[in-house]
Structures are given as C-alpha cells and as structure tokens.
Design a protein. Structure first.
Length: 245
C-alpha cells in the first residue's frame, strides 16, 4: 500500500492507471512508468523522481525475497491471492485501505470525512504548479507540460484540478509584487532619463558593469584645449529654480 500511495501522490496517477500497472511497465533503471491504454485509450511515459525510483527498487527486491510473483505480466499492486483469483487489488479494496489510513492518521474534515483517493492527484497538480512558481516559471508554460504528464487531452482539464491554496496564493502574490515593483522603478528611471520607452532604459540596466569599468580604465584621457575663462554672470531666476528642486 505504501508504494501505491507514493505513485498516486508523487506521480499524480489515476487510481485505474495504478491498478493496471504490470511489473513489465516499471523501468527502475530509467525511473519511468509506462502507462498503457488509459483514459481515452491514451498511453504515456511518466518519469519518477529518484526517491520514488528507489522506493520501487526496494519494493521489488522485497517482493522477490518473499517469494511473491515476479512474472512481468503480474500487477504491481498485487492482491496477495493465488490461482484464478490472483490479480491486482480491486478499486474498492484500495479505497477502503485509504480511508482506514486517513482515519488512523486523523486526516478528516470537520464532518469527519476522509479526502477522496483521487484528491492525491489533485494535490500533485497543485504542488507541481507551486514549484513552478517558486522556480520562476510562467503558469502558461507550466500548464501544458503538466497536462501532458497527467495524461490530459488539454490544459483546460488540468486547470480544473488547480485550487488556489494558501501556498499558491503566497507564491503568486510574491511574484506579482516583484514584477510590479520592478516595472515601477524602471518606469520612473525611464521618465527621469527622458526615454520614450522602458525598453531603452532596460538596455542600460543590462550593461555589464565590469566590462564598462574595464573600458573606462583603458580609455585615454581626451585632450581638451585650454579656453579663456568666461566671467560668470549671476542669473537670479536660474538660482531660484535650482533651489526649488
């Protein structure tokens, strides 16, 4: 049951996809799951993290040591029976075990109800999007990749999974703050410099300061012809204007 829950949460599998997995579908070297003929008769490859891959290797090793069936056609989530009744754990059985685990761990809502086992897939989608936010990725770029990983026909179906949780709200708020503050400062500097667009100002920002210092250090001083000093005439209007700044 441990491996089953890890794959549901860490890989975002559907319950039916998990129960259809055969040992031949597990590639522990490449850390990839082969999901075949799933919803809408689609197949896909699902990469696993290194930690999930290690859990799968340990499970298969224990299964071999305990004399459990290791034929490639056998289901990954085996029901422990022999003969004709041998096969994958039933959807009812895995859901019953999930609810029992939730009750023992106290994972219940205010009505005393446990979350659905499909909610693990929802949680995976929200966590993946939040990690994308933390890494600075744009949601419009993350959603199509997440949709392909989950086996959705369109990112629109993935969008239904995404709930605006508190961590996701904080990540979105922080990104919005950085974007707005950065744009505001750049717009102010552009106005000061008299630029017609902040794109011109942005070129100033991206200049390599170290290269600029090196160029200045190598530059030869420009010879300036001496000129006769001109007598300064006090301009009261100009002085008043400068003092008012």
């Amino acid at each position: 049951m441990r491996v089953a829950l890890l794959l549901l949460y860490c890989c975002g599998l559907r319950r039916g996809e998990l129960l259809k997995l055969r040992l031949a579908d597990i590639d522990t070297e490449q850390q990839v799951l082969r999901i075949q003929q799933t919803k809408f008769y689609k197949s896909r490859l699902v990469p696993c993290s290194s930690s999930v891959g290690e859990e799968l290797r340990k499970y298969l090793q224990q299964r071999h040591c305990q004399g459990m069936p290791m034929d490639p056609s056998m289901p990954l989530v085996w029901n422990g029976r022999s003969g004709r009744t041998s096969g994958a754990l039933s959807p009812t059985a895995i859901s019953a075990n999930w609810f029992r685990i939730c009750r023992c761990a106290g994972v219940l809502d205010h009505r005393g109800r446990a979350p659905r086992i499909h909610d693990l897939r929802h949680s995976f989608a929200v966590t993946a999007l939040r990690r994308g936010y933390d890494a600075g990725q744009h949601p419009q770029a993350t959603l199509p990749r997440l949709a392909r990983y989950l086996g959705h026909a369109s990112p629109a179906f993935t969008h239904y999974y995404l709930k605006f949780t508190e961590p996701l709200y904080q990540a979105a708020s922080a990104r919005f703050h950085r974007h707005c503050v950065g744009s505001l400062i750049l717009s102010t500097i552009a106005h000061w410099l008299g630029h017609s667009s902040i794109n011109t100002t942005h070129k100033y920002v991206t200049i390599d300061l170290e290269a600029k210092r090196a160029a200045i250090a190598k530059a030869e001083p420009i010879a300036v012809k001496s000129a006769k000093s001109r007598r300064w005439k006090t301009d009261e209007d100009l002085l008043q204007w400068l003092q008012s700044l």
